[in-house]
Design a protein around this ligand. Structure first.
Ligand SMILES: CC(C)(COP(=O)(O)OP(=O)(O)OC[C@H]1O[C@@H](n2cnc3c(N)ncnc32)[C@H](O)[C@@H]1OP(=O)(O)O)[C@@H](O)C(=O)NCCC(=O)NCCS
Length: 176
């Protein structure tokens, strides 16, 4: 199972993604919103968890591969929300290598992943949330024309008051 957009293939994870994903998760600029950098072992574990999610659920974090040259760009896709958070259901997330920012790849991939989630996978809604300070991620949500849902905004339970990543704001994708 794969998804395809104009410039991208969205596919499951392969052994050859291990190295470029380790480089992505070792980049402090990419990981500043995501709890900080990962070492190689943590990165490989995360990649395995991302892939394993597809088996029971049909959706997950897809690898983004550029059609033109086969480059690994990062991931985008839907995962079930961690039960420790005060919001429920499924959420879409994106994490691109720094060299792949600023080219519209996250939004292009997210459109395909959301359509697949609401269509083939039968989800009735998909949340998107991020720290109030992560303006790049919010810009993707607005580009996708997701609906802002302030009633579901929350403080991340694992972060202390005063932490700039604590307050999270929520957007929603629903079937048209
Ligand atoms: C969040 C993140 C995925 C956003 O990536 P992005 O490349 O800015 O997002 P998009 O794919 O929507 O691209 C939009 C940009 O591409 C530009 N662009 C260039 N060519 C384009 C094209 N053909 N089509 C659309 N946009 C294009 C847009 O003008 C816009 O540029 P701007 O940032 O200068 O305004 C990326 O910054 C990232 O991985 N961050 C770290 C991880 C993270 O924070 N994840 C979210 C945690 S909740």
């Amino acid at each position: 199972m794969e998804l395809e957009t104009e410039r991208l293939i969205l596919r499951r994870w392969r052994a050859r993604d291990r190295e470029p994903y380790a480089a992505l998760t070792a980049d402090p600029e990419v990981m500043q919103w995501l709890g900080g950098v990962l070492d190689k072992h943590e990165s490989a574990e995360h990649m395995d968890r991302c892939d394993a999610h597809f088996d029971p659920w049909g959706y997950g974090r897809w690898v983004l591969e550029r059609k033109a040259d086969g480059a690994f760009l990062g991931y985008c896709g839907i995962a079930n929300i961690w039960p420790g958070l005060p919001v429920e259901g499924a959420e879409i997330g994106w994490r691109l290598a720094r060299h792949a920012w600023g080219q519209g790849y996250a939004a292009e991939a997210a459109r395909a992943a959301i359509a697949d989630g609401l269509g083939r996978c039968g989800l009735t809604e998909i949340l998107a949330f991020t720290a109030e300070t992560n303006l790049r991620s919010q810009a993707v949500m607005r580009r996708l024309a997701l609906r802002r849902d302030p009633a579901r905004d929350f403080d991340h339970p694992q972060l202390e008051p005063g932490d700039p990543l604590r307050r999270h704001i929520v957007y929603v994708a629903q079937e048209a």
